[in-house]
Design a protein around this ligand. Structure first.
Ligand SMILES: Nc1ncnc2c1ncn2[C@@H]1O[C@H](COP(=O)(O)OP(=O)(O)OP(=O)(O)O)[C@@H](O)[C@H]1O
Ligand SMILES: N[C@@H](CC(=O)O)C(=O)O
Length: 447
């Protein structure tokens, strides 16, 4: 069985839904089809939530009606029969009644916001399932809210998801296509929750891992993972093969094509992930597996570059660190207690610099560190540039090449040697585009 995920841009227009139907029925493999919300919908729903949080009820109503008009015309174009259209209109009527009912709940809390934002995937999947029924495709809609669970730390409950799918899939053995929602789940209180922005990719790999799929395919609007951010750099190209570790680094450090957690469940269960383009299905895309094929290991040193924004750098000093053991543990324990992951680390005998992207508990972390260290003012708005490749010790001059490309750009931190496939640097966010372009020119174009 395969798991295929289609993102917002791939379902965002009626003609795209037509193409997806053709794609998923073109071969005989049984598939779980995970859908995102139609492009723009999640943002529109969040904006309705903002109006409701600030008690601008009229404004929220207008936004709801504006969104409904979009769905009304979407189903008019999508369905071919009057029965199909009536089914589509019923779905819209139900879901938008629910949206209107949320405007009456005071105060509008995070719980309601999560119910509101879940409507995007509930709408797209119900409409698509109704369209498949109209087209006579043997299919069923499996509600993600009945099997996708997270724990109190917002981590997926893998055992529960496995067990739920083991029970829920067999009754549909006669169905070629199983449609489900990306992104949405339930939390330990049984409330509607989600896997964070872009989380539909993560849903697909959680399902793929749970059912030991033959392959997980992430269908989007580009022909695979590119060697650099195509929104910022002109001359980028698709990478045909990546290892799970390389792809995880790139996704974590900002390659928006993949949600940062997507690789973990696939890697755990050894399920290959293929990135494909809905607009050019014949393009090979990117295959992500445990090991590169012989042909792909062509001695290429630099493979790809990604960038992660909104990073904060903390500078921690103490002369008590000199020759002391257990000091770093004391520092890291504080970050652990405040559930704040550290990305980059640089150390000297008397200082440690770290970067974080979650500053929710920054004041408390600084206060605790301040009890036994001196803290410099943090640097905000920093960007991590991550370069992925084959940097084994028998390849000399790699760091030199990277640093030369970045000549003229102030570098705050460098991390090299943590693995054989990553160099990460910290720069101010204002230099991000310049750095990505300069690295692209030196490492890929003018080689
Ligand atoms: N290194 C990269 N390689 C390929 N695409 C990248 C890269 N970095 C950023 N992107 C951007 O990622 C976009 C695709 O991801 P995006 O999340 O928008 O997809 P989606 O199919 O709309 O999924 P969803 O609706 O689930 O978010 C591409 O259009 C591209 O601009
Ligand atoms: N609809 C959600 C999840 C996703 O598209 O993957 C978002 O826009 O973030």
């Amino acid at each position: 069985m395969h798991v295929w995920k289609f993102g917002g841009t791939s379902v965002g227009k009626p003609e795209r839904m037509h193409s997806i139907r053709n794609l998923i029925t073109a071969d005989s493999t049984r598939k779980v089809v995970v859908l995102s919300a139609l492009s723009g919908t999640t943002n529109a729903l969040l904006s309705i939530g903002e109006s409701l949080k600030s008690n601008a009820e009229e404004e929220a109503f207008e936004k709801i009606e504006h969104l409904k008009a979009h769905y009304d015309s979407f189903v008019r174009e999508l369905f071919n029969t009057s029965e199909g259209l009536a089914a589509g209109q019923r779905i819209i009527s139900n879901e938008f009644s629910f949206l209107r009912s949320l405007t009456r709940i005071k105060p509008f809390t995070l719980k309601q916001e999560k119910e509101l934002v879940a409507e995007g995937e509930l709408l797209s999947t119900q409409i698509f399932a109704a369209y498949l029924t109209e087209e006579g495709v043997p299919s069923v809609l499996l509600p993600a809210l009945e099997f996708m669970r997270i724990d109190a730390d917002n981590e997926p409950e893998l055992g529960v998801i496995d067990q739920n799918l083991r029970e829920m899939l067999p009754p549909h053995a006669d169905k070629q296509i199983i449609v489900t929602q990306g992104f949405i789940c339930r939390n330990p209180r049984g409330e509607v929750d989600n896997l964070k922005r872009g989380g539909s990719d993560y849903t697909a790999s959680l399902i793929g891992g749970a059912i030991r799929a033959e392959e997980i395919q992430i269908w989007t609007d580009i022909d695979g993972m590119h060697n650099n951010d195509p929104r910022i750099v002109k001359k980028t190209f698709p990478i045909r093969e990546l290892t799970f570790d390389e792809a995880a680094e790139l996704a974590y450090f900002g390659a928006k094509i993949l949600h940062p957690s997507t690789i973990t469940p696939a890697k755990m269960r050894g399920v290959p992930v293929r990135l494909k383009n809905t607009m050019a299905p014949e393009a090979p895309g990117t295959l992500i597996t445990d090991k590169l094929s012989e042909g792909a290991q062509n001695g290429q040193v630099f493979k790809a570059i990604a960038a992660k924004d909104n990073i904060t750098a903390l500078y921690i000093h103490s002369t008590r660190m000199l020759n002391a053991y257990g000091f770093l543990r004391r520092i890291f324990e504080i970050f652990e207690r405040f559930k704040t992951p550290i990305d980059l680390i640089a150390t000297s005998e008397v200082s440690v610099s770290v970067t974080i992207d979650n500053i929710e508990n920054l004041a408390a972390i600084q206060a605790e560190l301040g009890q036994f260290c001196e803290m410099e003012e943090p640097d905000y708005d920093q960007t991590i540039i991550c370069i992925v490749g084959n940097f084994s010790s028998d390849h000399p001059g790699i760091a030199l090449k990277v640093l030369k490309a970045l000549e003229g750009i102030p570098i705050r931190m460098i991390s090299y040697g943590g693995t054989e496939h990553n160099i990460s640097l910290l720069i101010h966010g204002q230099y991000k585009a310049q750095a990505l372009n300069a690295l692209n020119d030196s490492l890929f174009v003018n080689v």
